[in-house]
Design a protein around this ligand. Sequence first.
Ligand SMILES: Nc1ncnc2c1ncn2[C@@H]1O[C@H](COP(=O)(O)OP(=O)(O)OP(=O)(O)O)[C@@H](O)[C@H]1O
Ligand SMILES: [Zn+2]
Length: 435
Amino acid sequence: MSNVEIKNLENEIAALERTLSDKKAQLHRLKNKVSSCAYSDMLSSDEIVRYSRQMIMPQVSVSGQVALKKSKILIVGAGGLGCPASLYLAAAGVGEIHIVDYDQVELSNLHRQILHNETDVGLPKVQSACDKLKKINSSIVVVPLHIHASSSIVEEIEKNRYDVVLDCSDNAPTRYLLNDVCVLRNIPLVSGSALQMEGQLTVYHYNNGPCYRCLFPKPPPAHTVTNCGDGGVLGAVSGTIGVLQALEAIKILTKMEGVLSGRLLLFDGSETVFRNVKLRQRVPSCDVCGDNPQIVSPVDYEQFCGSKAHDKVIDIEMLKSDDNVDVKDLARLIEENNLILDVRPELEFAMCKLPNTVNLPYTKIKGNEGVNKLETILKSMAKDNLNVYVLCRRGNDSQRAVDYCKDIFPSVKFINIKGGLHAYSKVVDPAFPVY
Ligand SMILES: Nc1ncnc2c1ncn2[C@@H]1O[C@H](COP(=O)(O)OP(=O)(O)OP(=O)(O)O)[C@@H](O)[C@H]1O
Ligand SMILES: [Zn+2]
């Protein structure tokens, strides 16, 4: 059986499973309707049982549960934060959950994006997420929005009158967009982020508290922002923040005290420490929530931030064509004992590498120590007219390295391996891990 046949069969089974789960949900809803309102004005018998453990808490009670049932929320991002957040909100009985994400499930998502499983790889994240949420709670409405949230999201927000928005995205333009739209439409914004062993959480524009722009009127320089794809993250850390985002949303929806507004929660997973930092108050001169706002409708956030509203790597092209070589030539170049310089970070090189390649990270090459090391490597080749083939993950840093090195070592020819290990995996050897 070929890989294509296996994939087709898996897709067929996944589609049948989805149909079965939809039918089960339909049946459950019908049964629920029959039994509804017999013993309570607001909740069905099933709902009373299902939510009993949280409803018997004085902080929630019947009124809180009914408030949750009547609520409509928007979650932007079905990734490391959005998965755990939506899971707890669906389980808690939030009546309508809309999830926005433009992306597809990848194998490298599964360690933390806990709504997606192996058979979902390749499916839109929103589809995979909504399928699971419906299985957990068929009595709520879950709406997948397979779109890229841009300025047009304001119409969706206008139309739906969400009670709370959760920012579970991973980039600055989307953060500013959601902030502005939430301020303009007067919706609290529960904002989370997680990277490596650390996470952050706060609620913007709630109870006269500050908005994101009050704290960060100017975006950070694009090159200083690291995302999970580059810096990594531990699943349990993004899970912690996502679950806390759900908690804050529930507190807002049920009108509990103690919402994390005007405070920033800092979570350090390496020491398992939570700290609260008091934030500045709403700034009267803020461009969006201030007394005389300059921003009265969404702007171009990619332009404002100088970066893209997604974390997908944009391929750069900064070299002349004869400074490049195709990945198809890589096996031969290795065979011929050429110097192949892999400029990925050491930790990535330790994870997977091609045989007979030498690691010298691009970040090091740019420092004195790295240049000295490169000089030693070049000398050890003891060769005139030396060619050095430069390799990285996607072929971007390798171009930067070629461009940098050719001026420092003019007698050596530095050549970029186009598309890097991603292209190698795609074109030459699918067994090489794409991460
Ligand atoms: N403007 C946007 N519109 C829709 N979805 C967005 C937007 N910005 C970010 N997202 C989504 O938010 C999610 C962020 O989650 P996370 O960073 O955990 O996932 P990821 O991008 O899959 O991670 P990785 O960097 O490991 O590939 C992603 O699924 C991404 O597609
Ligand atoms: Zn503000």
